[in-house]
Design a protein around this ligand. Structure first.
Ligand code: PBG
Length: 326
């Protein structure tokens, strides 16, 4: 054996497609996908979001058809955002009985009862000032906003939502929502907490889609500083103690270290939110012919799962479901 090389031949396990699939460590499936939708009031309207080609705001009648298509692709859950006509200081549209998300939830559960409806629980789409809670002295009042969030969660559950996903980053939101849901008899409805949510420029296109840009200031007094890692652990820890059933990390792509940290430290399903700006960047490059969209998206989603995500909220969900079934 005198010519035995002194190195390891890693390429042996990459020699063919079959060999590579045999040793592949990470897989994406349609079970992992959560599809976000923007719901408009009125009827017969489908507006493409300019900064998000392929993403639409749709009215309830169009939603009826859309949910059947989503279901037929094998996607099992959706997260809903409302785009109401009327807004006010207190975000009333978020918690009224016939609010847009409440109505959309009823439509979906009637058309496709198996579809899991995740209600994003926040006020920013419904407040005239665009902030995620009630404003006092130019800042969002934490405790006053909590009561409205709890009310929103209960009205969403009453409408048939399967999972409540509070996203407004007020301290204590899991505690008050859990208590309110339990008191209203919804002890079996899980909370998917946006536990770790950074104040990110990657949300720009979403704010066009949901018409939720803050009218003054920014969200830095409640969303997290992108520079911080230990703070993410504190956020996730308190949400777990307060009773969160799922932990969301958002955005996903620039925060995969945080996804891994959360996965390693907490025993709960981890959800990566592949946010609007991450979508728009890929779309822009793809529309220019600069990248291979399918390969790139599948690589990104695989990376999120490799980092530890169990589930991924993504505007690419329908495309991915189609690609996976090819
Ligand atoms: C509501 C909310 C936002 C997103 C999800 N829920 C916007 C924000 O916090 O400004 C962003 C999602 C995306 O960018 O895709 N608070």
């Amino acid at each position: 054996m005198k010519n035995m090389p002194e190195f390891k031949r890693h390429r042996r396990l990459r020699s063919s497609a079959a060999m590579r699939s045999m040793v592949r460590e990470t897989h994406i499936s349609t079970d992992d996908l959560i599809y976000p939708l923007f719901i408009l009031e009125g009827e017969n309207t489908k507006n493409e979001v300019p900064s998000m080609p392929g993403v639409y705001q749709i009215t309830m009648d169009i939603l009826k058809e859309e949910v059947k298509e989503i279901h037929s692709l094998g996607i099992k859950s959706m997260i809903l955002f409302g785009v109401p006509n009327e807004k006010d200081e207190h975000g009333t549209g978020a918690y009224i009985k016939d609010g847009i998300i409440q109505e959309a939830t009823r439509v979906i559960k009637k058309e496709v009862p198996d579809m899991l409806v995740i209600a994003d629980t926040c006020l920013c789409e419904y407040t005239s000032h665009g902030h995620c809670g009630v404003i006092h002295n130019q800042d969002v009042d934490n405790d006053e906003s909590l009561a409205l969030l709890a009310k929103t969660a209960v009205s969403q559950a009453e409408a048939g939502a399967d999972i409540i996903a509070p996203s407004n980053m007020m301290d204590g939101f899991v505690t008050v929502i859990r208590k309110a849901l339990d008191e209203a008899g919804f002890t079996n409805i899980p909370i998917m907490s946006y536990a770790v949510k950074y104040a990110s420029s990657f949300y720009g296109p979403f704010r066009d889609a949901a018409d939720s840009t803050p009218q003054f200031g920014d969200r830095k007094s409640y969303q997290m500083d992108p520079a911080n890692r230990l703070e993410a652990m504190r956020e996730a820890e308190s949400d777990m103690q307060e009773g969160a059933d799922f932990l969301i990390v958002k955005p996903a792509l620039s925060y995969l270290d945080i996804v891994r940290d959360v996965k390693n430290k907490f025993n709960a399903p981890v959800v990566a939110y592949n946010v609007s700006g991450e979508y728009s960047m890929v779309k822009a490059a793809a529309l220019n012919g600069w990248i291979n969209e399918k390969e790139l998206v599948l690589e990104k989603l695989t990376s999120m799962k490799r980092a530890g995500a169990d589930l991924i909220i993504t505007y690419f969900a329908k495309d991915v479901a189609k690609w996976l079934s090819e």
